[in-house]
Design a binder for this molecule. Sequence first.
Ligand SMILES: *Cc1c(COP(=O)(O)O)cnc(C)c1O
Length: 398
Amino acid sequence: MSRTDGSQGNAPEAPRDAGGVSRRSLAAQALGRVDPITKGVVPPLHVATTFIRDPDNAYSSGFVYARPDNATVREAEAVLAMLEEAAGALLFGSGMAAATALFGALEPGDHVVAPNVMYWALKRWLREEGPRRGLSADFVDADRPEALRGAVRPGRTKLVWIETPGNPLWTVTDIAAAAEIAHAAGARLAVDSTAASPVHTRPLALGADLVMHSGTKILNGHSDVVAGVLATRKADAFWARIGALRASGGAILGPFEAYLLTRSLRTLHLRATAQAAAALDLARRLTAHPNVARVLYPGLPDDPGHAVAARQMEGGFGYMLSIRVAGGEAAAIATAARVRLWKRATSLGGVESLIEHRASVEGPGTPCPADLLRLSTGIEDPADLYADLDAALTSAHG
Ligand SMILES: *Cc1c(COP(=O)(O)O)cnc(C)c1O
């Protein structure tokens, strides 16, 4: 088993469809759908908001109105459900809309366990908006299964939420262990898999009930669409309630964004694999840099999350890493100020590499150290990416 390139792990065997075709091939062809009228290899973009009713008052096309449902959105959802090996997928107007729809499907009085290290805006939502909706949440170090086990309250905890690797420290949570703990307490397990992508982790195959992605990140990958995804292992009553909330609340993704997302999913495997390889290359080189105190990346053999990551991730360890800059906050901000090729911006997963002083964004109460720079690795030449960081780190200390 190769531990540093992630080419092998104990993750369940990657499935193929009935014809023996891999997820990669199915995604490259967006499931092989064609335009039934022209036979075009790209299905048309469906923009209609309303549909003709039959003379007998039926809707034989199955489409009535575009707030609950749209054919172009359905196409993207079908590709995403295939990638996640899910019974269904739903697209939302943002990752936050997807996540809050899931929390919105819980009942007042329900208890939630969530990680200390997770997407900052969602943690704030759980803290500030959750209680107003009758939800209570406990935040624990989810990378320690004992902490999860100690936090679940059998019968009261209805959802265990994890994020792996967890933004912005890239802590790794054992999905199979978390699923066992959640299920023993009578709760569902949901995984924010944004930093892993379906290429590197298949949470449902590891026992999770639901998967969430910010489609804004590597799924779309070109920094030009805001989108969110939920996918489910079972099309059960909870899933139906999430769908009903999306339909009534109007949180569906727009058709043009869904069209762009499907286009991006055709190249997801190539992008994710290249971006993860570049992230590993950078992580290794930065470890040896005199002005870097620490590199946080689960692909490094001495990373605390490496053993679990090597087991549950496949084909790489993802496109995100962080560095802690020797010299502290001022040196970190000075380094970010000096890069030329890296783009100084928030967000992640695009083909262009981004650098961010994350503590400035998250503010007081963040677990993010002040000396940390978050790096989202794109598809540029890794040698150029390293040279630019090296020059910035060196001159910031000069
Ligand atoms: C960006 C992000 C979100 C939120 O997604 P939006 O599309 O910005 O609403 C949630 N989780 C993670 C890990 C993210 O990076």
